[in-house]
Ligand binder design. Structure first.
Ligand code: ADP
Ligand code: MG
Length: 536
């Protein structure tokens, strides 16, 4: 036939099609998974991340690593998105999700080689994903917020770097107590991690970290003549300034003599004195102000033995309201004692050479603060990442009330039952469900590998336990034995496992459905595409 080729795309556009495009995408996505593979599990390695400013973070957190890696390839970016979604949704299981996405793609390629069409693979994966969710649900156990031992185990399982047991325990305990404090029971059980404020303190050891039942403000008292410490505090939260508005002065006053000036200042002083008297009458002995406080007002507040702090951020004001059960006041004439908050102790304290105001010992605070200590900046940063994960998993499990065993146990069970399910299917999707099951095996295999164990051997032992009905049999990385992980206290929120499979399968399917990559010329070179396979 022949003829003149018709160009429909602009010059400089890069295009790869069919099998070649798929292959390139899969290779890129697999590379992302490979980058985090060695970090999986309690014996997984850490990565040292150095940013462009030279700051160092050491972490084994998959999401954190990928976020800092600056990945360019479009398909690889989709896998990075998996980690992000996982991190946003549940805060843990990011490495698991990414490794799984990579493996699902690798297995899909094997199916392509056997001549299975991508659409069939995607459909089969979809069936397998739904089935996995059902299987995981059937494995889950119930937990209530009162079962602290279980919550503690969930927190410690999420905390990596088990070398220092006491640090791990300390952070887990704080996470459990902090989350328990802020649970909102108005509509089911909701946990907002933002109600747990973290103050990072460079100095001391991580074990010195503590939970404050209230809010710690990165502030000093407004004036040194004010009391440093107030017990049984009645706290006024004020979102207006305690000063005379400058505009009022400019527009109305015309001062010509020194006497008039004196009179004017007296008048100004009187207004502020009157304002402070109102505050006293309401019954406050602590004033926390979002705006400024005039020197004169400070003087009268100090004279009345009131501790005050100024220029507090709006977000801290909201936290203070929730911690002390106060209403933020604007109009003092409309305010009453009912608007005041309470705290057992308000105190200015020094931590690592810095002054803070502790609004502490609140009864039933719905917002709390955690002081995270660490000997050096990167230690505090790592502790922060760890602690956040612990807070998220404890929060997830309190909200859902469901958890599963860890150490590869649920994955082995899911893979096993998926194979049974596949056998019950007839179409070619069956092949994809089998491959999905094979892909899930990557989790126990990688856990074993990273623990320095023989992965094939371990998988065989795990499977035989599960075939005998031991659904919680998993790999104890520290002893290298197959044990009941639930009894061993290695447990995780159900939500983490469901979300990991869900987001991995979704990303894999999205990548598999692409058979044409059309990249506009950007004047610069497009990200390198690895060489693809033959025609499709
Ligand atoms: P992710 O980012 O996916 O959470 P992690 O590196 O935190 O990755 O590893 C999580 C995996 O490690 C989970 O499968 C969890 O069950 C497992 N795990 C955690 N602690 C242990 C342990 N002591 N023994 C065996 N497996 C463990
Ligand atoms: Mg984890």
């Amino acid at each position: 036939m022949g003829g003149i080729p018709v160009l429909i795309l602009k010059e400089g556009t890069q295009r790869s099609k069919g099998r070649e495009a798929q292959s390139a995408n899969i290779t890129a996505a697999k590379a992302v998974a490979a980058a985090v593979r060695t970090t999986l599990g309690p014996k997984g390695m850490d990565k040292m991340l150095v940013d462009s400013m030279g700051d160092v973070i050491i972490t084994g957190d998959g999401a954190k690593i990928l976020r800092e890696m600056d990945i360019e390839h479009p398909a690889a970016k989709m896998v990075v998105e998996v980690a992000k979604t996982q991190d946003e949704e549940v805060g843990d299981g990011t490495t698991t999700a990414v490794i799984l996405a990579g493996e699902l793609l690798a297995k899909a390629e094997e199916l392509f080689d056997q001549g299975v069409h991508p659409t069939v693979v995607v459909m089969g994966y979809r069936l397998a994903e739904d089935k996995s969710r059902e299987i995981l649900g059937s494995l889950a156990k119930d937990v209530s917020p009162e079962q602290e031992d279980i919550l503690l185990n969930i927190a410690t399982t999420s905390i990596k770097g088990g070398e220092d047991h006491s640090v791990k325990m300390k952070l887990a305990e704080i996470a459990v107590q902090a989350v328990k404090a802020v649970v909102d029971y108005t509509d089911g059980r909701r946990v907002d991690p933002k109600e747990i404020k973290i103050e990072k303190i460079e100095g001391g050891s991580t074990e010195d970290s503590e939970l404050v039942l209230g809010v710690v403000l990165d502030k000093e008292r407004a004036n040194i003549n004010m009391p440093r410490k107030v017990q049984n505090a009645s706290i006024l939260l004020l979102d207006r300034a305690l000063e005379i508005k400058k505009t009022e002065i400019k527009s109305k006053i015309d001062i010509t003599t020194p006497e008039q000036m004196m009179q004017f200042l007296d008048q100004e002083e009187n207004i502020l004195r009157e304002t402070v008297r109102k505050i006293e009458n309401i019954g406050a002995n602590v004033v926390l102000c979002q705006k400024g406080i005039d020197d004169v007002a400070e003087y009268y507040l100090a004279k009345s033995d009131i501790l005050a702090a100024k220029n507090i951020s709006e977000s801290d004001m909201e936290k203070l309201a929730r911690a002390t059960n106060a209403n933020v006041v604007n109009d003092l004439d409309a305010a009453s004692a009912a608007d005041l908050g309470s705290a057992g102790l308000v105190e200015e304290k020094k931590k690592a050479e810095k002054k803070f105001i502790f609004v502490s010992e609140c009864s039933n605070p719905k917002s709390v603060t955690v002081l995270l200590h660490g000997g050096a900046k990167h230690v505090v940063e790592s502790a922060d990442i760890i602690f956040n994960d612990a807070v998220r998993v404890v929060g997830a499990v309190i909200e859902d009330g469901k958890y599963v065993a860890g150490g590869g146990a649920p994955e082995v069970e899911v893979a096993l039952r998926l194979r049974e399910y596949a056998a019950s299917l007839t179409g070619r999707e069956q092949l994809a469900v089998y491959k999905f099951a094979e892909a899930i095996d990557i989790i126990p295999k990688t856990l074993a590998e990273n623990g320095g164990l023989d992965s094939i051997d371990m998988l065989i032992r795990l499977r035989s336990q599960h075939e005998e009905g031991n659904r919680d049999a998993g790999l104890d990385i520290y002893t290298g034995s197959v044990v009941n992980m639930a009894e061993r206290g290695i447990i995780e929120p159900l939500r983490v496992k469901i979300q990991a499979i869900n987001s991995a399968a979704e990303a894999a399917s999205m990548i598999l459905r692409i058979d044409d990559v059309i990249a506009a010329g950007r004047g610069e070179k497009m990200p390198e595409m690895p060489p693809g396979g033959g025609g499709y």
